[in-house]
Design a protein around this ligand. Structure first.
Ligand SMILES: Cc1cc2nc3c(=O)[nH]c(=O)nc-3n(C[C@H](O)[C@H](O)[C@H](O)COP(=O)(O)OP(=O)(O)OC[C@H]3O[C@@H](n4cnc5c(N)ncnc54)[C@H](O)[C@@H]3O)c2cc1C
Length: 457
């Protein structure tokens, strides 16, 4: 590739924004086309609004524990319009700061839709009715993300039958809510609406919520749900929704049915590849609609990259952003060797429930399935002074290491601030630190992080 490189990025979510920013910094001419808002679905529909509402719910839950902390009872009510405004304000602030940053780096942001018209040709239809224009590109990043999956038996009305995109906040706080789907998104919404006062039932297709997770971790969450009065319908698949005058009824394949005021579907997502002109560019698509990529995020057409949810790798904003960075470096001829690839096994992830859940690297159950020898140490939050001081001693820290070398291979945390604390284990896993490095780190006292040092001893 010559010295001048024009990179066209389609989609301004975490993958697109990070790629645009890094490529501009490295000297590329960058055009970023986004049809909605800079920050993408991550800021508008997914990570940010869900966590903003969970933060509000967390304060309600904490207030309910006021008496345990020596206060008179506190009973906060939800101010729905104020909550909606808060969510929109956060989204707007993030969009403005990201846009300002990209513009200051010289990225040309076009508001509109784009599609491939040929291997090096992108067709852009700007908002506002102007005619489509075609633009040559040396490299293209497809980062159009995904949207919620809606089964053919569900008729979404945005009032009583909702996808996650209508829930920030919904038109009213549901009196009785059925959440269909018990993956990460489903359990976060159960927690969020239960905290905000809804009666919640969860349709769980397997025998465990969070079927991909360590059974001990999932069990900790189930215990919390049951204690908070969440009804779990295990081993049931929703097959139909009936809408009455004031109620909705979810029918399951085992004959059970649940009546509620609202239903929220959390049954996965669909990659946004339709209408993207992949054929015109010769880009292959998998049967699921993803664009398969190699370890540099290149599609089968080497100068056309795919990142974020469209690439079918780990569907996390954090991963999308790292992919974006690597893609920009690769486009600019840096880090082209295979050993610079992204190690998806070292990506930390979190579930913003109560207790919070986070993990990274090798899980105990996975090591067992692989027949790999590991050392597992576990420390309960109840043994940590900060957890007791804060009045929430639910949970544990679990550390997985190599018994021969002491190198930290992974860990899980269930409990308050797990999403923050997992960063320490993620750093240890990435930097190949040993348990002794953690054990000898001089953490603050009293702090939750001390539980990590203790698990490392
Ligand atoms: C409810 C929910 C909560 C989540 N919470 C978290 C979390 O806490 N942490 C986390 O790491 N991940 C979370 N995720 C996952 C995360 O949101 C996604 O992995 C991430 O948004 C993917 O980023 P992306 O770069 O693929 O683009 P997206 O964020 O999906 O954005 C894609 C952008 O492309 C634009 N676009 C699409 N087609 C075109 C086109 N043809 N022309 C122009 N623009 C186009 C869209 O308008 C959109 O803005 C959550 C997901 C959901 C559903």
């Amino acid at each position: 590739m010559g010295t001048h490189v024009r990179l066209v990025v389609i989609g301004g979510g975490p993958a697109g924004v990070r790629a645009a920013s890094t490529a501009a910094r490295l000297g590329a001419e960058v055009v970023l086309v986004e049809r909605d808002v800079i920050g993408g679905a991550a800021n508008l529909w997914d990570c940010v609004p869900s966590k903003a509402m969970i933060a509000t719910g967390a304060l309600v839950s904490r207030a309910r524990r006021a008496e345990a902390l020596g206060l008179e009872p506190l009973r906060p009510g939800v101010d729905l319009p104020a909550l909606g405004q808060r969510v929109r304000d956060i989204e707007a602030r993030l969009a403005v700061s990201m846009t300002d940053q990209l513009e200051s780096q010289g990225v040309d942001i076009i508001k509109g839709s784009a599609r491939m018209a040929g291997p090096h040709l992108v067709e852009i239809t700007p908002d506002g009715g102007a005619a489509p224009e075609q633009m040559d590109a040396d490299a293209v990043l497809l980062a159009t993300g995904s949207y919620p999956r809606v089964p053919e038996w569900a008729d979404i009305d945005g009032k009583h039958v909702l996808t996650t995109r209508q829930a920030y906040p919904p038109p009213e706080i549901p009196e009785r809510l059925v959440v269909v789907g018990s993956g990460v998104t489903g359990v976060e919404f159960v927690h969020m609406f239960r905290s905000l006062g809804s009666e919640v039932s969860l349709v769980v297709s397997r025998q465990q919520v969070l079927p991909q997770k360590d059974p001990e971790v999932a069990a900790a969450l189930e215990t919390d749900f049951l204690e908070r009065g969440v009804k779990l319908l295990k081993g049931a698949r929703a097959t139909a929704i009936d809408r009455g005058e004031k109620t909705v009824t979810v029918h399951c394949d085992d004959g059970r049915q649940v009546e509620a005021s609202h239903v929220l579907l959390c049954i996965g997502s669909v990659p946004a590849s339709a209408g993207l002109g992949l054929d015109a560019a010769g880009v292959h698509m998998s049967p699921s609609g993803h664009v398969p990529v190699n370890h540099h995020c290149q599609s089968n057409v080497p100068h056309i990259y795919a990142g974020g949810d469209l690439s079918g790798r780990l569907p996390l904003a954090s991963v999308a952003s790292i992919q974006g960075n690597k893609i920009a470096e690769h486009v600019m001829g840096l880090h082209t060797r295979a050993h610079r690839h992204i190690d998806y096994d070292k990506a930390a992830s979190a579930i913003f429930t109560e207790p919070e859940i986070a993990d990274v690297g090798l899980a105990e159950a996975e090591a067992f399935a692989l027949g790999r020898k590991i050392r597992v140490t576990k420390v309960p939050y109840a043994a940590n002074s900060r957890a007791l001081i804060d009045g929430d001693a639910r949970g544990f820290v679990k550390l997985v290491s190599d018994p021969a070398t002491g190198v930290v291979l992974g860990g899980s945390i269930v409990g308050a601030h797990a999403a923050e604390l997992i960063g320490i284990i993620a750093l240890a896993v990435t930097a190949h630190l040993r348990v002794i490095d953690l054990a000898e780190s001089q953490f603050v006292h009293p702090a939750l992080a001390e539980a990590l040092a203790e698990a490392a001893e």
